[in-house]
Design a protein around this ligand. Structure first.
Ligand code: MLT
Length: 409
């Protein structure tokens, strides 16, 4: 028989959101009349901005005519989109990122997993705990860890706890690490990183020859002008960081699929023989070998988010979700529940009432209020006793959800 990748056998449970979907399905099968409201997976609900729709329609019409038809596009993305990203998302904030350092892709989840292709096998990897599970699981699949212990932590990874006890500010690793995953605004806790925090990480990476994998998928939700949107707003970050960004949560593209990764020229790793090697050409090689680019209409739609109208419309939708988050946060706080996040992020992170375990609270909410959230323990051992509610839903559903929540507390 053919050998499989044994690393997959180390994965502790199903992918978190699949496990949640399984429990909801079982509940709905038994309670077909229940109107379940989902504040679990961070999936958008509001329609695309009219400017995006218009741009996509026009692009489709271009493809219908021989003279403007396009086949394969550049794997890295069309210049019109890469230039709009560099100008609006970076240069406008004083961050040095050039269009040819941007790789357009079909998702930040994919990119944050695929990036491991260009890194070696013996790197020491640090993640926050709780953490977006994709960073951990992709390292398990790649064979970068040992087995998991009873709490679900894998040997070989360096876990940096973030809980209410340290105000969700991770300590710098006590040992030297090669790769560090950071996500701000944070999924799942909804907290943000200040400039000072990011400076400390950049200095750590400079001193230790590490690379920071910075996931900024939720940057559009930052409302506080003092909070950086990109790691590249920090001096020296170009030499030590890669950044992942997405149109999913910014412009409602979870189903449309468009994201990008920034790999600054000059960012280097080390070959086995000790030579310093640039990461940019390695990723370019990987991208061109395994990926054929995002479709033309989708890239036109993404580019439309940078037009004057597009910016305004996208902002309105983000403000709408942030108002949902405020409603959740304020209602729960009034009920005496300890809440975090939800101000500069679409996620509200809460301490489970009555010291219930995360999954027990999940079951209670589902059974008694027909509400779905995400158990904190699904994001890591330090997430036990916490719970995440997402702000992605209609206003009517969020209003009803908080009322149901209040009834069972
Ligand atoms: C989440 O709910 O954590 C996100 O939707 C997951 C994702 O973006 O892949």
């Amino acid at each position: 028989m053919t050998y499989i990748n044994d690393n997959y056998l180390k994965l502790t449970a199903g992918y978190l959101f699949l496990e949640i979907a399984r429990r909801i399905e079982a509940f709905c099968a038994k309670n077909p009349a229940a109107k379940v409201i989902r504040l679990g997976i961070g999936d958008v609900t509001e329609p695309l901005a009219p400017a995006v729709i218009q741009a996509m329609h026009t692009a489709v019409d271009e493809l219908a005519v021989r003279s403007s038809f396009r086949g394969y596009g550049p794997e890295q993305g069309y210049d019109f989109l890469r230039e709009a990203i560099a100008k609006n998302d970076y240069q406008a904030r004083g961050a040095e990122v050039h269009a040819d350092e941007i790789f357009v892709s079909d998702g930040s989840k994919c990119d944050s997993g695929n990036i491991l292709d260009v890194f070696g096998e013996n790197n020491v990897i640090a993640v926050l705990d709780p953490v977006y599970p994709v960073y951990v699981d992709t390292n398990v699949m790649a064979g970068h860890t040992g087995a998991a212990d009873a709490s679900g932590r894998y040997s070989g990874l360096v876990y940096l706890p973030v809980t209410a006890d340290n105000d969700f500010v991770p300590e710098l690793p006590k040992q030297r690490v090669d790769l560090i995953y950071l996500c701000y605004p944070n999924n799942p806790t909804g907290v943000v990183a200040t400039k000072e925090m990011l400076k400390r990480w950049v200095e750590y990476a400079q001193q230790n020859g590490s690379i920071i994998l910075y996931d900024a998928a939720y940057e559009a939700y930052i409302t506080d002008p003092a909070i950086p949107h990109s790691i590249f707003e920090i001096d020296g970050a170009r030499e030590v960081a890669i950044e992942f960004r997405s149109f999913s949560k910014t412009a409602g593209f979870t189903g449309v699929r468009c994201a990008y990764t920034v790999i600054p020229k000059g960012l280097k790793g080390k070959a086995r023989d000790g030579r310093e090697v640039e990461i940019h050409p390695l990723w370019n090689r990987r991208h061109c070998t395994k990926f054929n680019g995002v479709s033309y209409p989708v890239q036109r739609g993404a580019a439309a988010t940078y037009s004057r109208e597009g910016k305004r419309q996208v902002r309105e939708t983000i403000d709408f979700y942030l108002t949902n988050a405020k409603l959740v946060r304020e209602t729960l706080a009034k009920l005496g529940i300890q809440v975090y996040g939800g101000v500069n992020a679409p996620y509200v992170w809460l301490k489970t009432p009555g010291k219930l375990s995360s999954w027990d609270f999940f079951d209670k909410l589902l059974q008694e209020a027909h509400l779905v959230g995400t158990p904190g323990s699904g994001f890591g051992a330090c997430g036990e006793g916490y719970f995440r509610l997402s702000a992605f839903n209609s206003r009517a559903n969020v209003e009803e959800a908080v009322q149901r929540f209040a009834k069972i507390m």
